[in-house]
Design a protein. Structure first.
Length: 234
């Protein structure tokens, strides 16, 4: 089995196989997280003698893969000291956090600096929250392998609302959840050709009557929201 080497802190290493699965568990992961390799192996073998090897390995991986507080706290403090006058708003992505929505994205655009902490592995040491006191944010009621993708989702939703990011400033005015759109879903949109597989573009959209087009769009947005997301109207 070919193994690729990943250097970590204190000269430690993690290994993975050609397929990407973690191997050398007791050495690689134990050293990386600062555990005693010898005692970890003894414990795994003792447990394996009663339950079998795979439950022992699984238990070890789950128990060991918790983010330690030292590197996270030190990392955040290091980032904040780079600009002492503006420590920034710290956000920790995790399932227990407040659910992210468009209104939150708009509020975050008012911040001058955002710092994201992305949880990973089995979770993170609770003392990270107790010491750093971040805002806890979630993108939904489901669990991913890490908080990196949720952080990117939040960043994208926030950045696109900043002036000059999108080519047309009006793009964010009539879209779904926008206050200018009364928080409703966006109206149906059409483009060329005028007829596709027997389905035509609504006549009102090619009439040239801008007032009637605006009225049609609002009505369509309202009907779509009632049908697909009635919770937005409560």
């Amino acid at each position: 089995m070919r193994r690729e080497r990943f250097n970590g802190e204190r000269g430690t290493t993690l290994y993975r196989s050609r397929t990407g699965s973690v191997c050398g568990v007791c050495k690689g992961i134990a050293q990386y997280f600062g555990f005693s390799v010898g005692w970890t192996r003894v414990g795994a073998l003792a447990f394996a003698s009663f339950t079998g090897i795979w439950p022992a390995v699984f238990l070890y991986i789950v128990a060991a893969m918790v983010m330690k507080p030292e590197p996270v706290v030190a990392g955040v403090r290091s980032v904040r000291t780079q600009e002492p006058a503006d420590p920034g708003r710290l956000i920790l992505m995790c399932p227990r956090g407040r659910k992210f929505d468009q209104e939150t994205a708009r509020k975050l655009t008012q911040e001058t600096r955002l710092i994201f902490v992305a949880g990973h592995y089995e979770g993170y040491d609770e003392r990270i929250v107790e010491i750093l006191k971040p805002d806890l944010l979630s993108i939904g009621d489901y669990v991913l392998t890490g908080g990196e993708l949720p952080a990117l989702v939040v960043i994208d939703a926030v950045v696109r609302l900043l002036p000059g990011v999108l080519g047309d400033a009006e793009s964010t005015v009539s879209e779904s959840f926008a206050p200018e759109n009364e928080g409703m879903l966006e109206y149906p949109q059409y483009t060329r050709p005028a007829v596709f597989e027997g389905l035509p573009v609504p006549d009102i959209l090619v009439s040239g009557d801008h007032a009637k087009v605006a009225e049609w769009r609002r009505q369509q947005a309202l009907e779509r929201t009632k049908r697909e997301r009635p919770d937005l109207l409560t």
